[in-house]
Design a protein around this ligand. Structure first.
Ligand SMILES: [Zn+2]
Length: 330
């Protein structure tokens, strides 16, 4: 992702781009905004640009430093973790960072520390951190993120360049989500944007969860259709799944889980499976032999998917083979 791809917040993007282009990174940057708003994304882009070794536009996303940053293995980008009670940053952790910060970077020109959720930094830790901010080593950039800087000491805040990231307009959110999540309909995306109030991160979480529910429902329908005496239910369920390649692939994974659960239930009575559960019903109708065969068919289908065999052909293959096993059993 490029900085220009970040949705909305034009003035922040301009300021961040200027910092990167002029190679004039402040010693401390504070990114403020609600959960899911994109603080982590911006923090990471700044860090990556600071270590990028390209002579052109930074981050270039292709030099060895950018690649290491993407893989989270760059030795000069640190993500200190809050390990105190209620996940707070404690004073001893800050002292340790203070010692480490004065050591020169390993490979890049800068050494970057990304602290997430600094609203959870204890006051004692903030005071220790303040000492570091008062005399920061030249090569160090601290990037802090928080939902609200109200819980930070004024003395800490005043030493940071602050960016407040804001929700974006519905039109911008819809355009972004339609581009990156084409598997969802216009109505689904519009509904999600309304629910997330211009918070892209929240919208993505809602879409992913609904994809999860949708996929599970598709897998459950295929599994349940095997209990039917005719093949029409199965044809209909697989046909529905095969309309969308992504949905088809994901539903096969869920279906395999359902078959595996059913297999386990053939040998044990698990009270955690409610009555009416697809796995429970399948375990009552089919023995473990048939269920294992179902799983093998799924695995074969997935192998063909990897070889880019057409979805319609695979849907037919899956339907015919599952039906053959189910028919033999009955
Ligand atoms: Zn680069």
């Amino acid at each position: 992702m490029k900085l220009s791809d970040f949705v909305g917040n034009e003035n922040i993007k301009e300021q961040v781009a200027a910092i990167i282009d002029k190679n004039r990174f402040p010693h401390a940057i504070l990114l403020q905004g609600e959960e899911g708003i994109g603080k982590r994304t911006i923090a990471f882009m700044i860090a990556k640009a600071a270590v990028c070794s390209s002579l052109g536009k930074k981050p270039c996303n292709s030099c060895i430093d950018c690649l290491k940053a993407d893989a989270k293995t760059h030795p000069d980008i640190a993500y200190p973790k809050a390990t105190g009670g209620t996940k707070s940053f404690r004073v001893d952790a800050i002292r340790e960072i203070r010692e480490n910060a004065y050591i020169l970077p390993n490979e890049a020109k800068f050494k970057i520390y990304i602290f997430e959720s600094v609203d959870k930094m204890t006051e004692q830790a903030q005071n220790a951190f303040l000492k570091l901010l008062e005399e920061p080593p030249k090569h160090v950039i601290f990037i802090l993120t928080c939902n609200s800087f109200d819980s930070l000491l004024f003395t800490v805040r005043s030493r940071c360049q602050i960016f407040s990231i804001k929700p974006v307009s519905d039109i911008k959110a819809i355009a972004f989500l339609s581009l990156y999540y084409p598997e969802f309909s216009e109505e689904e995306i519009e509904k999600t944007v309304k629910l997330s109030h211009g918070n892209i991160g929240r919208a993505i979480t809602i879409l992913k969860n609904s994809l999860d529910n949708k996929t599970y429902a598709v897998a459950r329908d295929i599994g349940t259709a095997l209990l039917d005496d005719t093949e029409w239910e199965l044809l209909a369920a697989i046909g529905k799944a095969s309309k969308d390649r992504n949905l088809f692939i994901l539903s096969l994974d869920y279906l395999e889980l359902i078959f595996r659960d059913a297999c386990i239930l053939c040998y044990s009575k698990n009270k955690y499976f409610p009555e009416g559960d697809a796995a429970k019903n399948l375990s009552r109708r089919f023995g473990s032999n048939a269920l294992v065969k179902f799983i093998r068919i799924l695995q074969k289908t997935k192998k063909y998917l990897d070889r880019n065999v057409g979805i319609n052909f695979l849907a037919m293959y899956l339907c015919a083979n599952l039906r053959k096993i189910a028919f033999k059993e009955n």
